[in-house]
Design a binder for this molecule. Structure first.
Ligand SMILES: *Cc1c(COP(=O)(O)O)cnc(C)c1O
Length: 393
């Protein structure tokens, strides 16, 4: 068997992540590798932290990128904030809430799982009732933007409820960060994690996290050692902490940090508010096109994420066949349903650099073409004009 260099096909990424990585970020990724304790790299680390504080709207000193994917960000929050035997409330309204429960259990927590229908936002009333009935709860965790369903929950309200009952909060902002507002300080979030490959449009494999004062107090006053050596913030702090005290913990993915820095710079240059507006506007255009075709969203308008559009697959249409043709004939990736929604929805991402007019027109044209060819029960030839009308407004 002969092995050759791998040349990936050129795709348009409109699934649940990774999103399209702009050339500027790929170019940054390819710059010469330097040592991870090189003073120039340490300067870069400081800038990455400062830019993350901007994107997360926080002054938390403990704001840094974990050298691993979003799932490691989730795990970092749980292993650091949960001690064995503590009661943890996890609000679940999709796949990722289920993973939070798994994490909490593996930390030895006594987990109370509050479930909401998939496609709904987390219900604050259910959380409040559970907090009243369980005054010994220490941590409340929920997903801000459920990528598996396209629903956004009211993070500010949920955090406020948790604090009223003396609980710390863990918030998953993997899909929300840089796509819709995430205000760590204003909402008083204690621990937040995200990912590099969604609305930041960076290469996958980095998890920005931020811990507030209360969380930091718990981390530095733990009874039990954090079960994970790699994710123990007490140790990671020595590596990512203030300038001169930098000590070797692990080797940061140097080139991936160049890419993250460039991605954060791009958000900074565009301006966070402008990025949110762009995500909202492009969602409106895509929505107009999809609805003109006769496709419908599974999430109520009030809780819909602009960056993750979950639409019901029309009756009689074969999910996998459509996605395979989009990929093969149009080099376009859209997402399949996960868990309870497998085979029932398509998840069309408009995240970061993928949230562009070109992507919207490509997606609508491709979907229209493939569905027409399969004689699916949708209206043809109307999606693009409907989207263009919104974009021209
Ligand atoms: C993508 C995602 C994750 C996991 O991130 P990975 O980088 O795939 O590990 C966690 N939570 C949510 C809401 C996500 O969308």
């Amino acid at each position: 068997m002969a092995f050759n260099a791998f040349h990936p096909p050129l795709r348009t990424l409109m699934g649940p992540g990774p999103s399209d990585v702009p050339p500027r970020i790929l170019e940054a990724l390819g710059r010469p590798t330097i040592g991870h304790l090189d003073p120039k790299f340490i300067d870069l680390m400081d800038e990455v932290k400062a830019l993350l504080q901007y994107v997360m709207q926080t002054e938390n000193a403990l704001t840094l990128p974990i050298s691993a994917p979003g799932s490691a960000g989730m795990e970092a929050c749980f292993v650091n904030l949960v001690e064995p035997g503590e009661k943890v409330i996890v609000c679940q309204n999709g796949v990722f809430g289920g993973r939070m429960k798994e994490n909490a259990e593996r930390c030895g927590a006594d987990v109370l799982l509050l479930q909401d229908a998939w496609g709904s936002a987390v219900d604050p009333q259910q959380l409040e009732d559970a907090l009243k009935a369980n005054p010994d709860t220490k941590v409340v965790a929920f997903v801000h933007a459920e990528t598996s369903t396209g629903a956004q929950s009211d993070a500010r309200t949920l955090v406020e409820l948790a604090h009223r009952h003396d609980c710390l909060t863990i918030v998953d902002a993997v899909t929300s960060l840089a796509g819709t507002p995430v205000m760590v300080d204003e909402w008083e979030i204690d621990a937040l994690y995200s990912g590099s490959q969604k609305c930041l449009s960076c290469v996958p494999g980095i998890a920005p996290v931020s811990f507030g004062e209360r969380a930091l107090h718990k981390i530095t006053n733990r009874v039990h050692k954090v079960q994970s050596w790699f994710l123990d913030m007490n140790l990671v702090m020595g590596y990512w902490g203030a300038g001169a005290r930098r000590a070797y913990h692990h080797t940061a993915p140097v080139n991936a940090m160049y890419a993250l820095h460039e991605a954060l710079l791009m958000v900074r240059e565009e301006g966070l508010e402008n990025a949110w507006t762009r995500h909202r506007r492009n969602h409106e255009a895509l929505k107009a096109g999809l609805e003109a075709m006769g496709l419908s969203f599974i999430v109520d308008e009030a809780h819909r994420l602009p960056q993750l559009n979950a639409v019901a697959i029309p009756a009689g249409v074969e999910d996998a066949a459509v996605r395979a043709r989009l990929l093969k004939e149009h080099h376009l990736e859209i997402g399949a349903g996960l868990g309870d929604l497998a085979g029932k929805v398509w998840r069309i991402g408009l995240m970061g650099y993928s949230s562009r007019i070109e992507n919207i027109t490509q997606c609508l044209a491709a979907l229209d073409g493939v569905l027409a060819d399969m004689q699916a029960p949708v209206v043809h030839g109307v999606a693009l004009p409907a989207a263009e009308k919104i974009l021209a407004a």
